[in-house]
Design a protein around this ligand. Structure first.
Ligand SMILES: C[S@@+](CC[C@H](N)C(=O)[O-])C[C@H]1O[C@@H](n2cnc3c(N)ncnc32)[C@H](O)[C@@H]1O
Length: 167
């Protein structure tokens, strides 16, 4: 399984425990292009992620571009991809990394079964939907995704991309 754009992967334990209920022999990779950015305490996202994955067997964090990832993943999670340039620039990434379609195509190539994509706000959700339609990637729109623990500033919506669907 692959998590795309993991940041410092503070949520890895929740992801790991959830998916391990269904996949006892879970292998979970996280990939983050901006992993060496420093926090004000001079620790990097990479160092934070190493801390969060401690003790979780089969879990690896890659400080890399999604486009460099190879192989196949049964399941992929992709929380809050950049589908408009402004949030990417605000995040501090250079504009050359704004390529939502190319990234989506690559993620779909890595996928074997199902990919959960979460977008925030209506505009990003609409853009995500248009990209999936344009690329003829099959999906189910899951509607608004709520958290029992967190209150999101903007409503979040989910897409479940399903590969090799038989019906
Ligand atoms: C809005 S953040 C979401 C972070 C995290 N998934 C979360 O939900 O808290 C998007 C993340 O994707 C990363 N990212 C953007 N382009 C990427 C790429 N080509 N490969 C890997 N990570 C990328 C960014 O650096 C950023 O950490």
């Amino acid at each position: 399984m692959l998590d795309i754009g993991s940041k410092n992967w503070a949520y890895v334990r929740g992801e790991y425990e959830f998916f391990r209920q269904y996949t006892p022999n879970l292998f979970l990779d996280g990939v983050e292009i901006d992993a060496y950015r420093l926090y004000s305490n001079f620790y990097s996202r990479y160092e934070a992620a190493k801390f969060y994955i401690k003790g979780l067997s089969g879990v690896n964090y890659y400080a890399d571009d999604l486009l460099n990832m190879r192989g196949e993943y049964d399941y992929i999670t992709w929380f809050l991809p950049f589908v408009t340039p402004y949030p990417l620039l605000k995040w501090g990434l250079p504009k050359k990394y704004f390529m939502p379609e190319r990234l989506l195509i690559h993620a779909y190539q890595l996928l074997k079964k199902e990919m959960l994509i979460i977008n925030q706000g209506d505009e990003e959700t609409q853009i995500q939907k248009s990209m999936l339609d344009k690329l003829a990637i099959p999906y189910e729109f899951l509607g608004e995704i709520k958290s029992s623990a967190l209150e999101f500033q903007y409503p979040r919506n989910g897409f479940l991309v399903i590969k090799n669907r038989e019906d």
